[in-house]
Structure formats: structure tokens, C-alpha cells
Design a protein around this ligand. Structure first.
Ligand SMILES: C[S@@+](CC[C@H](N)C(=O)[O-])C[C@H]1O[C@@H](n2cnc3c(N)ncnc32)[C@H](O)[C@@H]1O
Length: 200
């Protein structure tokens, strides 16, 4: 889906039925995993943050953390900013995963939910996340990752943007990252796990 379509979707995004079906359950697991993996996170980034719903939730779980969000779609960013309370610690700006406007080693925790399969250059995005992660940091990635029979469906329909697990692990290894564990998201299905990614 092109960024233009996200611009058009932005105003209705938080009222979409997909929130209840996919995004809310994914965000819930994401925040549980974040709290157990990096309970003292001081700096958190959401790459492809959309309207910032997950970041707002992270603000409650991590009351002292610095919270940043980026999204490629300008309208998503405007919606996210409009939904923030006036005194919010959250900052959202327009930027792409492939070129993140932060210094090396800036974050303990990076989130990406249901955005990875939209990235124009996934290898470059992965390298950018690796650059920003602190040594003990975690990248929590939730997206469609084809396993089992779905690998054949993916190949048959040439759905190349949805990675297969082995292929994703190869891309991660090339920049010194690896999948430490995966958590299923109840109700959404085994093809959309939350992957806990860390330095090898
Ligand atoms: C399905 S939405 C998910 C938004 C949010 N993560 C959530 O869970 O509600 C996908 C988002 O990824 C963004 N996106 C697509 N390509 C991107 C890229 N290369 N870099 C950053 N964001 C991107 C889109 O603009 C869109 O807001």
C-alpha cells in the first residue's frame, strides 16, 4: 500500500474495524512484551507509528521514558500530533524507516507494528533500526511473517514484502541482530507474531 493511501486513510484510521480485529490485540501484546523485556526503557521509538496509538499506550507503561514516533505519511503524523494531549512527552515527526533522523544508539526499545511489509527498502530499514539500538536494546517487530503452509501461498502470489522467517533472520544477522523469541497474538493468528529482536 502506498504512502498516499495512508494519507487518505489517516482521518478515519482510529475508527477502522481493523483496530479491534488486529491493531489493538497486537498493541496489547507489544506493550506486555516491552514491559517484561526492557522494564527500565528510557528512550522508545515507534517506526511507522501511524496515528500514535501504541505510543500513547507506551506513555502509560513507561511514565519516565522519552517517546518518539516517525511515520512516512504526513497525514498520519498530523493525526498523531492532533491526538496528543497539550503537555505530552511524545514527539511525532515525518520520516521513513530507511532514513531515521536520530543519532546512533539512541533507543532502548524500538517498536514496529504492521508497517514492515510496507517499507520500500526493508534491508535498509533493518540496518537503520540496528544503528539506533543501544547494546541491550530490543526491537519488537509485529507483522505478517510467513511460516508453514503460508510460505507457499506467499511464493505463489509473489507477496515478497511479507518475509519468511528464515529470510528475515538472514537480513537481521547481516547487521548483527537476531530473533530472541516470538510471542503469538491471540485472535490474530500465528502468522502475525511479536518478534523480540536483539543484538547477537
Ligand atoms: C497499517 S499502518 C500501522 C500503523 C501503526 N504502526 C499501528 O500499529 O497502528 C502502516 C504505517 O506504516 C507507515 N509506513 C509505510 N512505509 C513506511 C516507511 N518506509 N517508513 C515509515 N513508515 C512507513 C504508513 O504510513 C502507515 O502509517
Amino acid at each position: 500500500m502506498s504512502v498516499d493511501r495512508f494519507d487518505r486513510w489517516a482521518g478515519r484510521y482510529e475508527r477502522s474495524p481493523l483496530q479491534r480485529l488486529i491493531f489493538e490485540p497486537v498493541h496489547r501484546v507489544m506493550l506486555e512484551v516491552a514491559a517484561s523485556e526492557v522494564p527500565e526503557a528510557a528512550a522508545i521509538l515507534d517506526v511507522g507509528c501511524g496515528t500514535g496509538r501504541l505510543l500513547r499506550g507506551a506513555g502509560d507503561v513507561f511514565p519516565n521514558a522519552r517517546l518518539e514516533g516517525v511515520d512516512a505519511a504526513g497525514e498520519m503524523v498530523r493525526q498523531a500530533q492532533a491526538l496528543l494531549p497539550a503537555d505530552s512527552r511524545l514527539r511525532v515527526q515525518q520520516a521513513v524507516a530507511e532514513r531515521l533522523p536520530f543519532a546512533d544508539g539512541s533507543f532502548d526499545l524500538v517498536f514496529s507494528t504492521m508497517t514492515f511489509h510496507h517499507w520500500a527498502d526493508q534491508r535498509r530499514g533493518v540496518a537503520e533500526v540496528a544503528r539506533l539500538l543501544r547494546p541491550e536494546g530490543r526491537w519488537l517487530l509485529a507483522d505478517f511473517v510467513a511460516t508453514g503452509l503460508m510460505r507457499y501461498v506467499r511464493r505463489a502470489f509473489r507477496l515478497r514484502r511479507f518475509p519468511e522467517m528464515r529470510e528475515l533472520e538472514r537480513v537481521l544477522r547481516a547487521v548483527g541482530l537476531g530473533v530472541a523469541s516470538r510471542r503469538p497474538v491471540a485472535g490474530v493468528g500465528s502468522q502475525v507474531p511479536v518478534l523480540v529482536i536483539r543484538r547477537l
